[in-house]
Design a protein around this ligand. Sequence first.
Ligand SMILES: Cc1cc2nc3c(=O)[nH]c(=O)nc-3n(C[C@H](O)[C@H](O)[C@H](O)COP(=O)(O)O)c2cc1C
Length: 480
Amino acid sequence: MPIEDIGQFIKELENAGELKRVKTQVDVNLEIAEILKRIMYANGPAVLFEDVKGYDMPVLGNAFGSIKRLEIGLQTSDFTEIGQRIVDMTKMEIPSGFLNKIKKLPELSKMGEIFPKLENSGPVTEVINDSPSFDKIPILKTWPKDAGKFITFGLVATKHPETGVRNLGVYRMQILDATHALMHWQKHKRGAHHHDIAKEKGKKIEVAIIIGGDPATVFSAVAPVPEGLDKYLFAGISRKKGIKIVKCKTIDLEVPANAEMVLEGYVDPTDIRDEGPFGDHTGYYTPKEPYPTFTLTGIMQRKKPIYLTTIVGKPILEDSFIGKVIERSFLPLIRMFQPEVVDFAMPAAGWFQGIAIISIKKMYPGQAKKVMMGLWGLGQLALTKIFVVVDADVNVHDMNDVIWAVTTRADAARDTIIIDNTPTDTLDPASSRVNLGSKLGIDATQKTKEEGYEREIQELVKTDDATKELVDSKWSKYGL
Ligand SMILES: Cc1cc2nc3c(=O)[nH]c(=O)nc-3n(C[C@H](O)[C@H](O)[C@H](O)COP(=O)(O)O)c2cc1C
């Protein structure tokens, strides 16, 4: 059965030895963040801080900070299965004819189970606060030179102003005062897109910030799902059961009924202020940049909510593990568009948008470049700075194997492409301008005669069978 909320997730983590409780009083100003960082860098557990100075609310951090915790949260150890379910849905035929439809009913009704279900109330509607304020929430300051306190793990809900498709994205928010914050949705993200459409219409955009919820909904907010797919439906696909949703009180949005807390309000495209600096997951402080302002209009919450947070900084921290699960779960979708792709890795040290390694089964000349170009046109992969394409015999998760392929199969002049003036991740500290920079593609596949390789392809060294068998049979006798 899928996990329904943060309380249940905490219990499951604790049972698995993946969570520790801290009863000593701790401060939201730098102290909690420093503890969480140290624990993450030492591959430690999730932490529940029960006594937070000045607040009546516990703080949960590092909850998704290991593959084991994500397996518990998403109730699977095969993350590719999640993406495969989406691929299977696109292939599903709705038969014509009454009898054929009846035959398909079990399959169709199973599909119906994953849709979000609207309820009149839920745990998150237990307390409705008409005089809302950020001041009662234990929001952290992470790094000493951060511009202030930031909500780092809020699931930001918006609705496409024209199609009505619901979205969730994790976008950090800098607190300005009791009812105002800055919304750091980067230019290429869906929340920013919804905002831009509302702006064109001369309207404000309604926004709800969800704290907590079931783990699959939290995951769906980070996941780069295909355009047009409702993130609540994606959460249902991930957990094989639809999530319960309720209506907000002051705005026209639906939110997960099992959330800990929902902050309702709107973003005004005409109210732009300087956001940052903030110590980000590149390991650098992102400098001040203009972002729009969120105004808080209402809060719904549980009687005893838990504040879910996360710490970002130089990898590897909690978000790296979420990124790993995205990498695994989206492989089937990548293969749907680029069928020759065998495997795909986004090393955590490259903060995910920095570098990706792709292995392919090469069938024709120039195919590695075709794959790069295809992926640079696919959703958030458009922001990846460096693609390295290798043959199927290379393990994309083993950097020794990847470096071996790059240095033995790629010639710098022949096998690299650089494309200038392309969209880059807003956080990229290296590009000369924000949101605009260049791409590097390295074709590290074995070159063929058709690709202009004039020499004989050198043979890979390999032990012969007779020697292998001889050494195998005598291995125990060598005393090694
Ligand atoms: C901890 C954490 C913090 C994040 N902060 C931001 C942020 O401030 N701005 C942003 O645009 N994306 C941020 N992201 C990445 C987005 O959540 C991610 O790209 C997501 O797919 C966006 O959803 P969308 O495609 O629906 O816009 C963050 C991700 C994580 C895990």
